[in-house]
Design a protein around this ligand. Structure first.
Ligand code: F0G
Length: 414
């Protein structure tokens, strides 16, 4: 059984009952008076609240339905959230679990789950009064930042690993008006640089190192639990998700911890958080398998699932305890498994990008290994839309066939 920290909330050191707390040393900071991403000790910060809501506090639709669990009543909204929880009967049978549902986060305004974090993050940027927003990105964060920054009328700067970002994502960042810097290096290099820029006060950092981003993303967990309970009469046993920087894993764990602390969820109702990475970029899987306290930085990472081509997951200190304490695990899958699963999902009408298909590919592998049992009810998270990466979609799909421009010619071909 999971053991969670459900200690009483600390008294706030800021107005409105919201503050930042270091996960390493416990130091507390006022949330909006100064711009701060990490503690002086180097630890990651987490948003804390004096009062945590239970289910009956939530009303409305989408991310802001959960305003009582967030630092504001409303953010810069397009609006986001309220994504579908698909049935996938053929995959459910084939994988061999009692229930399989797919939470399709690709149905957010810019086509990925990043919108949930950005609606909160850009609102915080307004609160602290900055004018230039920035992120490093494998693509989706840059698309979301560009759109939400544009909506708020703020300047946006994105650092992308040159030649390693899917076409749809670059197109979005460009069209929403971000300034795009293509860095000669991988995502981790981009994040190092943008962190250095933020430390010098050049930009406001909106990567998931910014604890407010994860507040928005934790609404995925709230939505999954509410939808699953409404439709299946219970909570899922397991939530499987792709892992890159491990921000989303950290966000879901925080969601669960807060529900337990509020008395809205029992310890034995916690879904097992299960992370999936590509074999060529799997530091979190390595840390879980080898029982490491921290992830080891992988300098050389490679996978066709470019969204999760990350070797130094900065949120690992928040995510690893989440995987361990919920009784979850982590698994790595091949690019080939990702591609065939992307196709299998698409054949059920659910169009997702390669990184997203990793979740279902990981579930399939864990089921084959007997780690996941046949009686489990599982939710797989698909994080981004099929059209994000048109090249990968074409590669995974059927070949177009050239035919003559006559009915006879077409009939002959058929
Ligand atoms: N799936 C997709 C489609 C992503 O874009 C990302 C991360 C992840 C999964 C992994 O999520 O980092 O919270 O573990 N994309 C980031 C970006 C890194 O820049 O768009 P995580």
């Amino acid at each position: 059984m999971a053991h969670l920290d459900v200690s009483e909330p600390e008294p706030p050191c800021a107005s409105d009952g919201v503050w930042l707390s270091c996960i390493a040393c416990g130091e507390r900071f006022a949330p909006f008076e100064e711009v701060r991403y990490t503690c002086d000790c180097g630890g990651l910060l987490e948003v804390r609240y004096a009062d945590l809501p239970t289910w009956d506090a939530f009303e409305g639709r989408g991310v802001w339905r959960y305003a009582d669990a967030l630092p504001f009543d409303i953010g810069v909204s397009l609006p986001e959230g309220a994504t579908p929880l698909h049935d996938v009967p053929r995959l459910e049978r084939e994988v061999g679990v009692d229930r399989l549902r797919v939470k399709h986060e690709g149905m957010n305004p810019t086509g990925s789950f990043k919108d949930r974090g950005m609606t909160v993050g850009v609102r915080v940027a307004q609160e602290v009064g900055v004018d230039r927003l920035a992120c490093a990105s494998t693509g989706n964060t840059s698309a979301a930042l560009a759109a939400y920054g544009a909506r708020a009328g703020l300047e946006t700067l994105v650092l992308l690993p040159q030649g390693k970002v899917a076409a749809g994502k670059v197109a979005q960042a460009a069209c929403h008006g971000a300034r795009i810097l293509e860095v000669d290096g991988n995502f981790d290099t981009c994040l190092d640089i943008v962190q250095a820029l933020a430390a010098r006060g050049e930009v406001y950092l909106l990567n998931s190192l910014n604890p407010f981003r994860l507040e928005g993303q934790k609404t995925i967990g709230l939505e999954i639990l509410e939808q699953f309970r409404a439709e299946e009469g219970t909570y899922p046993d397991r939530i499987v998700l792709p892992v890159g920087n491990a921000g989303n894993t950290a966000a879901l764990y925080k969601c669960f911890r807060e529900l337990v602390a509020a008395g809205a969820l029992d310890d034995d109702e916690l879904p097992a958080l299960t992370g999936v990475q590509a074999e060529g970029a799997a530091p979190v899987v390595e840390a879980i398998e080898d029982g490491l306290e921290e992830t080891r930085r992988w300098e050389d990472v490679e996978t066709k699932a470019t969204a999760i081509r990350i070797g130094n997951p900065v949120n690992a200190p928040k995510a690893l305890p989440g995987i361990r304490e919920t009784g979850g695990t982590a698994v790595a899958v091949t690019d080939e498994a990702i591609r065939s699963t992307q196709r299998a999902l698409a054949e059920e009408g659910v169009g997702v990008e390669p990184a997203s298909a990793a979740s279902v590919a990981g579930l399939r592998k864990l089921r084959e290994r007997g780690v996941v049992s046949a009686d489990e009810r599982v939710v797989c998270l698909t994080t981004g839309h099929l059209l994000k990466d048109p090249d990968a979609a074409v590669e995974a799909g059927t070949e177009p066939e050239p035919v003559p421009g006559t009915t006879e010619g077409v009939l002959e071909r058929l």
